[in-house]
Design a protein around this ligand. Structure first.
Ligand SMILES: C[S@@+](CC[C@H](N)C(=O)[O-])C[C@H]1O[C@@H](n2cnc3c(N)ncnc32)[C@H](O)[C@@H]1O
Length: 205
């Protein structure tokens, strides 16, 4: 299958394996409280409380509301961060720039969340196809971001795009799967870290 990004668009300043960059845990948040509170509100709005959730590219925090959800499975690159995330029932470590195939069965989750991380994906076409595969029909995908990033690890296409261009990029990842209906594009630019999010639902098979 073809990829969404060209070889040039997926280039990064720091091309070393991602495990080395994420080898030490960072118990920090990657956006301010205004962003994070708004993201939690968005999850409360669009993720059903009985959902089985997959939090892709997670860390020690998932930003989900405190109550609800049947299960939350997390994924990331740092085992210590994931072990410290008390919202997760289970988790696994996997470098998605090395292997895009998720160890989850077809249609086994009702929501996929991916916060503040999509800019690091070099093969978003393959990863978003996996999101579509593991989501049950009409399950929800929430991809969120702000204007911050680790610039040496973000792909060229992201670094060189405006914020609206980044929204278009994420939409192109979603649309390339042919398996989602975009429901909502959030563009909120408060005084502090702006919240951008693409919310899509899995088209019934
Ligand atoms: C800025 S942090 C955001 C973490 C978390 N979602 C949050 O909101 O706090 C970026 C995350 O992307 C994940 N990540 C970066 N590169 C990755 C890769 N190649 N494969 C899998 N995950 C990756 C790491 O787990 C890292 O924690």
């Amino acid at each position: 299958m073809s990829e969404v990004l060209s070889d040039r668009q997926r280039e990064r300043v720091d091309s070393r394996p991602d495990e080395s960059f994420y080898g030490s845990p960072r118990y920090v948040t990657h956006a301010d409280d205004g962003f994070l509170d708004r993201l939690t509100d968005l999850y409360a709005e669009v993720v059903p409380t009985d959902a089985r959730v997959f939090d892709a590219m997670s860390s020690w925090v998932s930003h989900l509301p405190d109550d609800g959800y049947e299960t939350v499975v997390g994924h990331g690159l740092n085992a210590d961060e994931l072990a410290a995330n008390d919202r997760l029932d289970d988790w696994f470590v996997q470098d998605l720039n090395d292997d895009q195939t998720l160890p989850l069965t077809d249609a086994s989750v009702d929501a996929v969340t991916c916060a503040l991380s999509v800019q690091y994906l070099q093969y978003p076409g393959a990863v978003f196809r996996e999101f579509a595969r593991v989501l049950a029909d009409e399950g929800v995908l929430v991809v969120s971001f702000t204007n911050r990033m680790f610039p040496t690890k973000a792909v060229r296409a992201w670094r060189e795009a405006s914020m609206d261009g980044r929204v278009d990029l994420v939409r192109s990842y979603v649309d390339a799967t042919g398996a989602f209906d975009v429901q909502q594009v959030v563009r909120e630019r408060p005084e502090t870290d702006p919240l951008y999010a693409v919310v899509a639902t899995r088209t019934p098979r």
